[in-house]
Design a protein around this ligand. Sequence first.
Ligand SMILES: NC(=O)c1ccc[n+]([C@@H]2O[C@H](COP(=O)([O-])OP(=O)(O)OC[C@H]3O[C@@H](n4cnc5c(N)ncnc54)[C@H](OP(=O)(O)O)[C@@H]3O)[C@@H](O)[C@H]2O)c1
Length: 325
Amino acid sequence: MLVFILPFIVIAVIAKLLLPKKKPSIKGKHIVIFGGSSGIGKALAILAAKEGAHVTILARNIDKLTEAKNEIKNYCIDEEQLIAKVSVDVTNYEAVENNLGEVEAIVGPIYMLVNCAGMAICGEIENFTQQQIKTLVDVNLIGSIYSVKAIVPKFKKRREGIIILTASQVALMGMYGYSVYSSCKFALRGFAESVYQEVKPYNISVTLALPPDTDTPGFEIENQTKPKETKLLSETGGLLQPEEVAKKMLDDALSGKFFSYVGFESFILTTLCVGMSPFQSVFDVIIQSCLLGMLRIVGAFYSMYFNGIIKKCFKEKESKKDKQT
Ligand SMILES: NC(=O)c1ccc[n+]([C@@H]2O[C@H](COP(=O)([O-])OP(=O)(O)OC[C@H]3O[C@@H](n4cnc5c(N)ncnc54)[C@H](OP(=O)(O)O)[C@@H]3O)[C@@H](O)[C@H]2O)c1
């Protein structure tokens, strides 16, 4: 098997190395980031400022926005650079549309729209309140759809634009405790793949980011609701810094990649779940075709390992119950 696929991998690697693609510069371009006042979104805003872009950050809390704006300003490389902030709830379509129009008038035409506004609440499904379910769907799914719906007509008119949506590793695999959050992020993948086809002829790209656990204020809050099982399962993937995730997101989006992921485990998961998703190069298709069968076996081992953790926790809970009765 390996003898058969090795030549294809070697050819693909050589082709990739010989044909490096030049990334477009974002100097002087306007980048708009929903959720830019904290975590991954703020890290991306700082990166964009360091590369000379004009940046607008949008979120709800005005104090956090002001603090983040002042921090981002410190990283500007040019006196002409504009850093703007807007307080808006991404789940309110009219407000999103109006505010995008206003920031375009003040800062300039938007070149890239990033949606990092999102949150997770964990728990077993029977313990969720209806309000928690609605909040998760609103911010993680509807908010992303609204921001894209509002920006696409502007991008189509100019025949240029980049969209980054932030999903998660649990957009590709379900996980104990993430039922509601994961379903929003799975849905986001379907949304991103469909919009990708709609906007591609207009020279607009869509990138779907799949961050693993990342050390952000949002992640700290999420941890407060995590069942033991979820903690144990997600710990296997380690913890990344927001700067690393944001850099990969920006680089991948500028290179026109559909999926943006960081690290070897994420590569395995993304390759395993590639399905009918858009591809950027023949190189990627060759690598994926060669690895898919083998990775299904690796994935099965992960599933067995995860099921083992869940079973152990279940037994612990049952024996606790027995002792109490
Ligand atoms: N951190 C992780 O481990 C991780 C892993 C995978 C995926 N993700 C995803 O990555 C994205 C960013 O996560 P993060 O960890 O960086 O979160 P974070 O630190 O909590 O930042 C979230 C940002 O979104 C804004 N926001 C939340 N609800 C909003 C709303 N309704 N309207 C407008 N803005 C809103 C927040 O500001 P306000 O509260 O002031 O509005 C904040 O600026 C999320 O989509 C998350 O699901 C995170």
